[in-house]
Write a protein that binds this ligand. Sequence first.
Ligand code: SAH
Length: 226
Amino acid sequence: MRIDILSVVPELLTSPFSHSILKRAIAANLVEVHVHNIRDWSVNKHKTVDDYPYGGGAGMVMMVEPIVACIEDLSSQRKYDEIIYMSPDGELFDQPIANRLSMQKNIMILCGHYKGVDERVREKFITREISIGNYVLSGGELAAAVVADSIIRLLPGVLNDETSALSDSFQDNLLAPPVYTRPAEFRGMKVPDVLLSGHAAEIDKWRHDQSVKRTQERRPELLKNE
Ligand code: SAH
């Protein structure tokens, strides 16, 4: 899989892909992540990427030309399954969307900044708009990193234990059960006996029961979707 991220502040996307699981996934060639500076496609002398909004008002708007030049340049090199714009008014990101995107080959993600991008970019060049929650960020970079992270960890071979992603919250509409590691007792707080019992079937049952209980308590609406 290949993910291309378009940004006017590409520096913001350095760290998320330089450590831990995502770094190892890239090093193992399980995914390619390319971050592009939209400014490189600006043709004017000062490499401008934003301008004042028509109609007036506060804030700048990301210009249509450099973004479209960048999208068209990349699209001439390979076919993209999705060209995503990160936006607070997009569809709310969740695990099923991450699952579906993880099955694509090439994805482009456009990060907005300032007041967002010229509407004509969204109308003609974007295939999908995603919000990571009902709040406003100063730019789409952190949101793009969230989406990319959740996709990449689903790719075969990225997590050491292949079944690990399947036992995470939201797969099967259930939240994950509690987890423990050593010591078996800390300040009088004991790890549940069943986890120390070595009985795989009982442990599975306990974990499932805990998942259901936790989901009922915290996110009952997930059970209704089943
Ligand atoms: N004026 C816009 C917000 C612009 S915020 C509005 O009110 O809708 C600047 C950029 O940050 C956006 O273009 C988008 O790319 C990104 N962004 C902000 N909040 C986001 C969210 N909740 N999810 C995804 N991207 C977001």
